[in-house]
Ligand binder design. Structure first.
Ligand SMILES: [Zn+2]
Ligand SMILES: [Zn+2]
Length: 628
C-alpha cells in the first residue's frame, strides 16, 4: 500500500493538498483521477510513499483516507511548468490545484490518449531572467516577430507568442503563418475539443521548431525547445483574471521564463508604466531601441466643448462640436471619407442623477449605475453590471423627487443625433448592446469599410476590429477620467495612441476637461513626456510600481460584517488600511466591503504570510484591475 499526496485540480478546493491510499505508487508530476466530494476530479501527484514505512503518519491523519482507483497516470505537463506552478501559487495567494485549473485547458487534463512530447537537447541558454522590451506600433512589432521566428528556426528553437485575446491571436497568426504553414499553431479557447486535441498533439509532437500563438492557458504545452516567449499587448487588462485565482498571466510568464531560461520579450504600442519604469531602472533590457515617440500620424485637433454658450453666457450641452460637423460635411459627405467615432459608454445616457439631491440612480440588484436605453418606443434603465432592466418612470429613491436627470453621452445618443442631423450618411453602431456576437460585429465592420463616406460608431468593443480609418473622432472620453483607478490615465493615453495609430488623415478629440495635457501628449504620440508626468504622480501618491495594492473583499450578513472587518484589521495590524464599501453589494441581507491595503515592496513577503490567516471565504486580489 502507498500513500499518495496530491493537489486536487479545482478552483473550488482551498486545500493545497490531499492524501489518498493506493495499491501502486504514482510518479510525482503525473496527472491522475481521484474521487473528491463524490465527483471524479483530476489531481497532480506530488508524492507517493510506502504506507508501511509511514504508519504513524497515517494514524495521525484525522480523516479517513480514500483509495485511488487503479489507472494509468498521464505525464502531460513539463517539470519546469509544474515547478513554476507550485512556486507561483505559494507567492500569489492561491493553491497549486486552483492555478492548474486556471492554466491548463480542461480538455487537455481529461484527455485519455497518448501524447509524446519532443524532448531535445537545448542549443543555447539565455541568461537567467533575461527580460527585454519592444515598444513599437503594431505593424513594426509584427515585422520583428517574423524576424525573431526566422532567427529562432535557424537555431532550431521554438517561439511562443502569448496573446491577450483570440481576436488578437488570429491577427498575429494570419500575419506570421504566411509561408510557414505547418510550423505555426494557433491554440485558443474557442476551439472544439477535437480541434484543440488534434492541434495540441501536433504541436507537441512536431519534430521541427514551431511557433505557438496562444492565450495564457496554452503556456502549459510541454515543449522544451521554447527559447523565446513574446508577450504581445502586454498592457492588456485581459491578462489579469477577474475571478479566483486572480492570476496575472504576465507575472506567471516571468516566473516560467526564469525557470526555463527562455528570454521573455514584453511588447506593446505603449508599454505599461511599470514596465517602462523597470526598463529605465535597468531592471530589464531592450530587444531594439524602444520608441518613445511616434512622430508621424494624422492631423490632430482638440475641440473644447465648454465653449458652447447661449447669449446670456449660460453653458449649452452640445453633443457634436462645430469641428466634427465640419468633418462630417466636408470629409465624409463631400470627399467620401470613412469616419470612426469612439464613444466610451453604451446606451443613451450613461448616468442618471437626481436634480434635487444629487443621488445616482443605481441597479436594485447589484448597485451599479443604470444606463438609459431605447426600448421599443420608450426608454428603460439598464444596469451596467448585471443587465437588469426596469422602467424609467420613478422617483428619486433618496428624496422622492421626480426630477431625475439623464447625463453623459452614450453611443446610442450619438447615433440618434447624427442620424437626425445627417440622414443621408450611412451609419452603424458596434457596442455590447447592439452587436452581441462576433459575426454581427464582423458584418458591420465589413459594411463600414465597403461603403465610402460612411460612419461607424463604436465603444471599446469595436477597437480590436478596426483597421485603418481615414478619420477618427473621439466624442466622449471624459467619463473615463472619473473612474477610481490609478491606471486610468495610462489606459486613456494608450487608447488615444492606439486610435491615432489607426487613423490615416484626421483625428479629433472632444472634451470638457480643463487639463488637456494627457490628450495633447497622446495626439502627438509622445509617450516619453506622458511617462515622465505619470511616474512622478505615482511616486507622489505611492501607487504601483512604488507599492502594491491588495483588495480584500468581505461578503457577509449585514449583522456580522463589522465583526469580520475587525478580524481582518487585526490580521493586518500595523499596515495602512483603507475601507471602501464595495459596489457589488449583494442583494438581501448580505453586504460587501472592500479593504484596500497598500503594501510597500519591502513588506510584501510579510504581507503574504499574514494573508494565510484569513478565513477562506474572504477574497483577496493583488493589484486588482479596479479598486472599488
Ligand atoms: Zn433625490
Ligand atoms: Zn445590476
Amino acid at each position: 500500500m502507498f500513500i499518495v499526496r496530491v493537489a486536487p485540480i479545482s478552483k473550488g478546493i482551498t486545500k493545497e493538498e490531499l492524501y489518498y491510499f493506493s495499491s501502486r505508487p504514482y510518479e510525482s508530476g503525473s496527472i491522475i483521477k481521484i474521487e473528491l466530494r463524490n465527483k471524479e476530479t483530476s489531481a497532480l501527484v506530488l508524492e507517493s510513499k510506502d504506507a508501511l514505512e509511514n504508519k504513524t503518519e497515517i494514524k495521525e491523519a484525522d480523516f479517513q483516507l480514500k483509495k485511488i482507483k487503479k489507472q494509468s497516470p498521464k505525464k502531460i505537463l513539463s517539470e519546469d511548468f509544474i515547478w513554476t506552478i507550485e512556486n507561483f501559487s505559494k507567492n500569489n495567494l492561491t493553491t497549486t490545484g486552483a492555478l492548474l485549473d486556471y492554466l491548463v485547458p480542461s480538455n487537455i487534463l481529461s484527455f485519455d490518449g497518448i501524447i509524446k512530447p519532443q524532448t531535445r537537447a537545448r542549443r543555447r541558454k539565455y541568461l537567467k531572467g533575461d527580460i527585454l522590451i519592444l515598444q513599437g506600433e503594431e505593424s513594426e512589432r509584427i515585422t520583428h516577430y517574423k524576424n525573431i521566428v526566422r532567427e529562432s528556426f535557424a537555431r532550431n528553437e521554438s517561439v511562443f507568442i502569448c496573446v491577450p485575446t483570440i481576436k488578437k491571436g488570429l491577427k498575429i497568426f494570419e500575419s506570421i503563418s504566411r509561408g510557414l504553414g505547418d510550423y505555426v499553431y494557433f491554440l485558443n479557447g474557442s476551439m472544439s475539443k477535437k480541434e484543440l486535441l488534434s492541434n495540441w498533439k501536433k504541436a507537441t509532437e512536431n519534430k521541427h521548431s514551431i511557433v505557438i500563438i496562444g492565450t495564457g492557458q496554452f503556456l502549459s504545452i510541454p515543449r522544451n525547445d521554447i527559447e523565446t516567449i513574446i508577450l504581445e499587448s502586454e498592457s492588456s487588462n485581459a491578462y489579469k483574471s477577474q475571478h479566483r485565482p486572480y492570476t496575472d498571466i504576465r507575472d506567471f510568464i516571468e516566473n516560467l521564463s526564469e525557470k526555463t531560461k527562455a528570454r521573455l520579450i514584453l511588447c506593446d504600442t505603449v508599454l505599461r508604466v511599470e514596465t517602462i519604469w523597470r526598463y529605465r531602472e535597468r531592471d530589464i533590457s531592450e530587444l531594439y531601441s524602444p520608441r518613445f515617440r511616434y512622430p508621424s500620424g494624422p492631423k490632430t485637433r482638440i475641440a473644447d466643448m465648454t465653449q458652447y454658450k447661449t447669449q446670456s453666457e449660460k453653458k449649452v450641452f452640445e453633443i457634436l462640436s462645430n469641428e466634427i460637423k465640419h468633418l462630417i460635411e466636408k470629409d465624409v459627405i463631400t470627399n467620401k471619407k470613412n469616419m470612426f467615432i469612439f464613444v466610451a459608454r453604451k446606451g443613451l445616457y450613461p448616468f442618471t442623477v437626481c436634480g434635487d439631491c444629487g443621488e445616482h440612480v443605481l441597479c436594485e440588484r447589484c448597485g451599479k449605475p443604470t444606463v438609459v436605453q431605447n426600448y421599443k418606443s420608450s426608454r428603460i434603465f439598464v444596469c451596467n453590471g448585471c443587465g437588469k432592466t426596469r422602467p424609467t418612470e420613478e422617483r428619486c429613491k433618496h428624496c422622492n423627487s421626480w426630477k431625475l436627470q439623464a447625463l453623459g453621452i452614450g453611443s446610442s445618443l450619438v447615433l440618434d443625433t447624427i442620424k437626425k442631423a445627417y440622414p443621408s450618411v450611412p451609419i452603424s453602431l458596434v457596442d455590447k448592446d447592439t452587436t452581441k456576437t462576433t459575426p454581427q460585429i464582423n458584418k458591420k465592420i465589413k459594411t463600414f469599410y465597403s461603403n465610402k463616406g460612411s460612419i461607424l460608431i463604436g465603444t471599446q468593443l469595436a477597437l480590436e476590429y478596426i483597421e485603418n480609418v481615414d478619420l477618427c473622432s473621439v466624442i466622449s472620453i471624459d467619463s473615463l477620467f472619473s473612474i477610481p483607478d490609478f491606471k486610468m490615465n495610462e489606459k486613456i493615453f494608450s487608447l488615444l495612441v492606439e486610435l491615432r495609430s489607426k487613423t490615416k488623415e484626421k483625428m479629433l478629440v472632444q472634451t470638457r476637461i480643463k487639463n488637456k495635457e494627457l490628450i495633447e501628449f497622446a495626439l502627438r504620440g509622445n509617450i516619453f513626456d506622458f511617462y515622465k508626468k505619470e511616474i512622478e504622480d505615482r511616486k507622489k501618491f505611492l501607487y504601483p510600481p512604488f507599492a502594491n495594492f491588495a483588495k480584500i473583499t468581505i461578503i457577509a450578513p449585514r449583522k456580522s460584517i463589522e465583526e469580520k472587518v475587525v478580524e481582518v484589521k487585526k490580521i493586518f495590524s500595523g499596515l495602512d488600511l483603507e475601507l471602501f464599501p464595495a459596489l457589488h453589494t449583494k442583494s438581501g441581507s448580505r453586504t460587501a466591503i472592500n479593504i484596500i491595503i497598500r503594501v510597500k515592496k519591502e513588506n510584501i513577503s510579510e504581507f503574504i504570510k499574514r494573508t494565510q490567516k484569513l478565513p477562506t471565504e474572504i477574497i483577496i486580489d493583488m493589484n486588482p484591475t479596479v479598486l472599488t
